[in-house]
Design a protein around this ligand. Structure first.
Ligand SMILES: [Fe+2]
Ligand SMILES: [Fe+2]
Length: 179
């Protein structure tokens, strides 16, 4: 699959998960009981698929590659995107901490988890829109056949080092379990 198409497909899966998470947060906020299993799946998706797999691919391969071609410098967009990643990871770890406390019996922790997930969803959905409209679009207009071949190689390498090439299919299943 073409590397940009891959990133966009991952964005679509993440957006789908954000919708499912908003639903989860809404029922937690209105006093509903949420199974610990669902919360664990949500944390797993945020930490592994988004934090390690998707952000990792952008931070270690995609952004540096574009920067090396002079893209994303004048508008400092990559700096903005990297700081979004950092903030998202902070929210994800607050969320994971809150659900651990919830599992230990602290009912109040579910509210903290729900509040954090709303912040996470707001941040990451804006982030993805930003990426699609800036860096992904610029890349689509600039990259040549040779760049696609090189990026695909580098993506595959990092995919194998993190979750594996079937990450999309594997994590799609988690979205179904939450939605
Ligand atoms: Fe990103
Ligand atoms: Fe992204």
């Amino acid at each position: 699959m073409l590397p940009l198409k891959k990133l966009v497909q991952e964005h679509m899966l993440i957006m789908k998960m954000l919708d499912a998470l908003r639903g989860l947060a809404a029922s937690a906020g209105s006093g509903g009981k949420i199974s610990a299993e669902k919360l664990d799946y949500a944390a797993k998706f945020l930490m592994e698929f988004i934090g390690r797999f998707h952000f990792g691919k952008e931070e270690e391969v995609f952004f540096p590659y574009l920067e090396s071609m002079g893209m994303g410098r004048h508008d400092r967009i990559i700096e903005v995107l990297l700081s979004d990643h950092q903030q998202a990871r902070q929210y994800a770890s607050t969320f994971a901490g809150a659900i651990e406390n919830y599992k230990k019996g602290q009912a109040r922790a579910l509210i903290e988890a729900a509040e954090t997930i709303y912040k996470y969803c707001g941040l990451v959905s804006k982030h993805i829109e930003k990426e699609n409209k800036t860096i992904v679009l610029q890349a689509a207009q600039t990259l040549k056949e040779q760049d696609y071949i090189e990026l695909s190689k580098r993506f595959e390498k990092i995919e194998h080092e993190t979750i594996g090439a079937n990450a999309l299919e594997k994590y799609e299943g988690l979205v179904e379990k939450i939605g």
